[in-house]
Ligand binder design. Structure first.
Ligand code: PSU
Ligand code: MN
Length: 316
């Protein structure tokens, strides 16, 4: 029986790591993982490509190597070249939204997958990248106590030692229950230069977090301690949207309420609910939510790169 040759030459882990990322990891340099669902399902073309390229540039300018993660023709890739990144952005929702549960199916069918936070964390950890920057993570949905719609991002944070830098979670979710669930999963939740968990578009959520961090070095020390003790669980570092880019809480909240009602009326459930609501909120806020989204992702990239450099220095 002859075996089909692999499409690329993935490493023994079954993951194709770009030469630049491979070299950085080998020398213990700073690397920042980036997800692809935000590119394919979170933003329209060409803003998605422009943002993805700017985010990679910010990571580089701050001394780290960016590693965007996606599944291309059935092969998980860590670190994309500019052609691959462009193809991803143009293809958009033709790339399957791929959370942990979808990985095996996308690989087995030789498909193209845009990795969510859970799948991106999985691959980042597999190749030894401890830091991952995104916009917002998934969480416990509103009425999650009835629907049990809880993002696999939260269970992934419970079992994968990667630090995720995000602007908190959107108030399309139940933020208080999301924090409860993260506590149950043993996830360290730290808020950056604030005592409150941010709500993505806005700096505040009304929910306090037990851990406050004020510098990249402080974040790096926590990640280092987590690694040295082999806790095995992840860390969520919540960086509030910069003040000048924060959207009006009232406008966002009314757009969210309307979107949730529309989703309910259209009986949208499962993994299409998050992209549906994100898109409706964007339309209902006349695009201002998209601008805030782009600004906060860039800010997270800046902070994440600094943390990655500080961690790499600690390990030397
Ligand atoms: N929240 C956002 N923007 C996003 C996502 C979440 O503000 O793009 C994406 C991320 O990829 C996240 C995923 O991992 O949605 C969560 O999807 P779900 O709620 O179906 O678990
Ligand atoms: Mn879900």
């Amino acid at each position: 029986m002859s075996k089909a040759p692999p499409r690329e030459d993935p490493s023994p882990t079954g993951v194709a790591v770009s030469p630049e990322v491979e070299a950085a990891l080998a020398r213990g340099g700073a690397v920042v993982a980036l997800e692809s669902t935000i590119i394919c399902h979170g933003m329209p073309y060409p803003k998605n490509l422009q943002t993805a390229m700017e985010v990679e540039a910010i990571v580089r300018e701050n001394g780290a190597v960016p590693a965007t993660i996606a599944i291309l023709d059935g092969v998980p890739h860590v670190g994309l070249n500019s052609e691959q990144l462009k193809n991803l952005a143009i293809s958009g929702s033709q790339f399957q939204k791929t959370a942990r549960r979808d990985i095996a199916q996308v690989v087995a069918s030789g498909g193209n997958g845009a990795t969510t936070v859970s799948a991106t964390m999985f691959f980042a950890h597999k190749v030894g990248i401890p830091i991952f920057v995104t916009g917002g993570i998934g969480g416990v949905h509103r009425y999650g106590e009835k629907t049990m719609d809880i993002s696999s991002d939260l269970t992934e944070l419970g079992k994968t030692p990667v630090a995720v830098i995000s602007a908190g979670v959107k108030s399309i979710l139940d933020i208080a229950r999301t924090l409860e669930y993260l506590e149950t999963q043993g996830v360290t939740v730290a808020a950056y230069r604030t005592n409150e968990f941010p709500a993505f578009f806005t700096e505040t959520s009304g929910c306090k977090v037990p851990c406050r961090v004020d510098s990249p070095e402080e974040c790096a020390k926590i990640i280092y301690a987590n690694q040295n003790m082999h806790l095995g669980s992840g860390i969520l570092i919540a960086v509030p949207v910069p003040k000048q880019h924060a959207a009006s809480g009232k406008v966002i909240e009314s757009a969210i309420q309307q979107s949730l009602q529309e989703a309910d009326a259209k009986k949208i459930i499962g993994n299409t609910i998050t992209p549906f609501i994100l898109d409706r909120v964007k339309v209902l806020t006349g695009g201002s939510s998209l601008e805030a989204n782009i600004a906060l992702v860039k800010n997270n990239a800046l902070t994440g790169a600094k943390i990655a450099v500080a961690l790499s220095d600690l390990r030397k």
